[in-house]
Design a protein around this ligand. Structure first.
Ligand code: ADP
Ligand code: MG
Length: 347
């Protein structure tokens, strides 16, 4: 097992694309660490640089006590699982799983034995003689995982390994992966653009944007205390409301409605006010200190509805409403933010 330390890492591709921009990161030994960010922010580049598949333009990568910046991938003791699994089409499942052992010059007998053991643990025992093309997406994904596990690496690097699975299988694979990582205790960096996946899996999350890390914290911290409006809008199953507002003393005014600022926030400034749709009370009767508008859209989320109120001076105020309330589009309604749950950003 090993901790990972990335220092001042930059990567510029030919053509001048700066994929990583002076990035610093530390992952603790045994930690399940998620890298979350929109497409193109540099997640894959960072992972490939840790793996040794990309050489950084500047900066260093250390695994445990070793500076591995100049080491080839095969000498880093890491195993990477790619988004498309990258299985060898001409090899059967057993040989695919045993491949890293062959590279490590483990003898054929031992190789087959270890591959069979890992395969059994992942429910692949009956598939050892098949080729990748004869497997479902979920089975291929498990073969790719088995190959990583069989290598007994100090570090797992996962690049969106669940993104090619359908929704149901993806949830199953997610729980499976979480249990597996906990049992093996292998330091893991898991890349995803799916905030729900990151929140569900990780001990800590780094939110990335344009080759840099915007915030690092526990799932709870990045959800409850997003450091910037970008993180706020990126995390959460329903997008955060972000409204221009004026702070005056310990009161805020947004869209013509005045209400208390969050505890500890005061001053005189133009700000951005953020509040999650889950943290507004909805009412079909007038409420004080509430946004008033017309019910524009009702989206069913299962056990609740996401209602968008057309509030003049805003792009719309979203509020999560418990099932059974059934707001009617076109009617007037009120949404009152919970003062303690609001977030205030410099604008
Ligand atoms: P992500 O995995 O977050 O989607 P990537 O690391 O794949 O992001 O890409 C980061 C940026 O680097 C993007 O602008 C992408 O187009 C660019 N990029 C990635 N790989 C290469 C490459 N081999 N050559 C040139 N540009 C690249
Ligand atoms: Mg990527």
């Amino acid at each position: 097992m090993a901790a990972i330390a990335v220092r001042n890492l930059s990567k510029e591709y030919a053509g001048g694309v700066r994929a990583l921009d002076g990035l610093d990161l530390e992952v603790a030994d045994g930690e399940f660490f998620a890298l979350l960010g929109p497409s193109g922010c540099g997640k894959t580049t960072l992972l490939r640089t840790i793996a040794g598949l990309e050489i950084p333009t500047s900066g260093t990568v250390s695994l445990g006590e070793r500076d591995v910046t100049r080491l080839p991938p095969g000498r880093r003791d890491v195993a990477m699982v790619f988004q498309d699994y990258a299985l060898f089409p001409h090899m059967d499942v057993a040989d695919n799983i045993a491949y890293p052992l062959r590279i490590q010059r483990v003898g054929r007998q031992d190789r087959r034995g270890r591959a069979a053991e890992v395969a059994a643990g992942l429910g692949l025992r009956d598939l050892l003689a098949r080729r990748p093309a004869q497997l479902s997406g979920g089975q291929q994904q498990r073969v790719a995982l088995a190959r990583a596990i069989a290598a007994h690496p100090a570090v797992f690097l996962f690049d969106e390994p669940l993104s090619n699975l359908d929704a149901r299988l993806r949830l199953e694979a997610r729980s499976f992966l979480k249990r597996l990582q906990r049992d093996l205790g292998v330091t893991t960096v898991f890349v995803t653009h799916d905030q729900a996946e990151a929140l569900a899996l990780a001990d800590r999350i780094a939110v990335m944007s344009a080759g840099r890390i915007t915030q690092i914290g526990t799932p709870r911290t990045v959800f409850q205390r997003p450091a910037t409006p970008f993180v706020a809008s990126f995390i959460g199953s329903t997008p955060m409301n972000l409204l221009p507002a004026v702070l005056s003393g310990d009161r805020l005014t947004a869209a013509g409605t005045a209400f208390p600022a969050p505890p500890g926030v005061s001053g005189e400034a133009e700000v951005q006010y953020g509040v999650r749709p889950e943290y507004l009370d909805f009412s079909a009767e007038p409420l004080p200190e509430a946004f008033e508008g017309e019910v524009a859209v009702v989206e069913h989320l299962g056990t609740s509805d996401l209602v968008t109120l057309a509030v003049p001076g805003t792009p719309g105020v979203r509020v999560v409403v418990p099932e059974g309330v059934d707001p009617a589009p076109g009617t007037r309604a009120w949404a009152r933010p919970h003062p303690a749950r609001g977030l205030v950003y410099e604008s």
